[in-house]
Design a binder for this molecule. Sequence first.
Ligand code: NAG
Ligand code: NAG
Ligand code: NAG
Ligand code: NAG
Length: 392
Amino acid sequence: MASSHCFAPFVFLLLLVGCSGRPFYPLPSKLADGDRQPLQTSRPYNIAHRGSNGEIPEETAAAYMRAIEEGADFIETDILSSKDGVLICFHDVTLDDTTDVAEHKEFSNRKRTYEVQGVNTTGFFTVDFTLEELKSLRVKQRYPFRDQQYNGKYTIITFEEFISIALDAPRVVGIYPEIKNPVLINQHVKWADGKRFEDRFVETLKKYGYKGSYMSKDWLKQPAFIQSFAPTSLIYVSNLTDLPKIFLIDDITIPTQDTNQSYWEITSDAYLDFIKDYVVGIGPWKDTVVPVVNNYLQTPTDLVSRAHAHDLQVHPYTYRNENSFLHFNFHQDPYAEYDYWINEIGVDGLFTDFTGSLHNYQEWSSFKESDDKNASNLLHKIASMVSPYGRA
Ligand SMILES: *[C@@H]1O[C@H](CO)[C@@H](O)[C@H](O)[C@H]1NC(C)=O
Ligand SMILES: *[C@@H]1O[C@H](CO)[C@@H](O)[C@H](O)[C@H]1NC(C)=O
Ligand SMILES: *[C@@H]1O[C@H](CO)[C@@H](O)[C@H](O)[C@H]1NC(C)=O
Ligand SMILES: *[C@@H]1O[C@H](CO)[C@@H](O)[C@H](O)[C@H]1NC(C)=O
């Protein structure tokens, strides 16, 4: 517990003063690849949703560094663009809910209304701000019931800065970037060379050495999953990179943003058969996999077994510790939720707002497995329990 109290000032100093021997910039890490603990591939992936955003404002450097400390296998991010075509890590197409943009008088005339996935949306759009302007804003916590002490401390980061954090980690940590709102971005941002958003996205990954199919030697060195809700984007980038891709699936009421297909269409056996040529898995919202009525789980759908029958992984979103998100079946215990999804539903990865909780659950429950009969493995596990926030 003490370490969680020490952490905030540490990150703050690291970012502002650069007090550490390990530089935040530039790339790449000085550690030789051979020295780094590899990605674990023997149990479902711990995917740090927007970093450790349960603790620190989402998609900030501090949230990602915290997630790495806490044991994330992958750090997850949403990629959008600035007006001048720089790819940034930011979830919403508007800045309103998670930055201090409203307090910046110089931008008060920047509010716009655009149609986003069929809905007229008003706000301060990232696509109307240059990177320099975006960097003058500060990020804040999305939910009022989470820790507000970090509001105003951190900037928006670029895709390249995000990659630098993963590559600089003391062990191999994968990245899990989303091609976010590609229809809107391609409408509003024009790149000088006629390239589109997806081209820039893949070029950035290639620039930093991300390549290779799932579980290949190159991939294990720098693991990455590319995710998108837009099948057109996933099919387009399949021509540009063989990195594994994950097809995100929204709520049952929401059609795909690019192809206007219904939930039922894209989860049919015929569609899974089609999309498996382009992706290694799907990322559905968990409440569509196991429907919920009156905050109680109902009978699970067959989506996971059908996806597995098509050799597709399933990485549902989003797991959150707070009682307001935990269904009553789990009696306010996030470990009970992880146990259910991992051991009963059998998912292959989990997007979580609380990477530390999922990591601790997986470490502690792994004692049940047979490999603890091997004394050195057991010792390793004990060591990782004694210092859960240790540097691997
Ligand atoms: C959005 O607003 C424009 C301009 O008022 C209007 O023409 C359009 O139909 C609206 N779109 C939707 C989806 O409501
Ligand atoms: C992929 O590349 C091939 C060959 O260059 C081309 O014919 C095809 O249209 C491309 N597919 C997409 C989705 O861009
Ligand atoms: C999307 O599909 C629905 C249902 O088939 C249809 O009513 C709607 O007009 C379509 N929207 C667009 C933009 O094509
Ligand atoms: C225990 O397992 C690890 C990896 O699973 C292996 O490297 C090590 O040699 C094993 N030790 C013994 C004593 O079998």
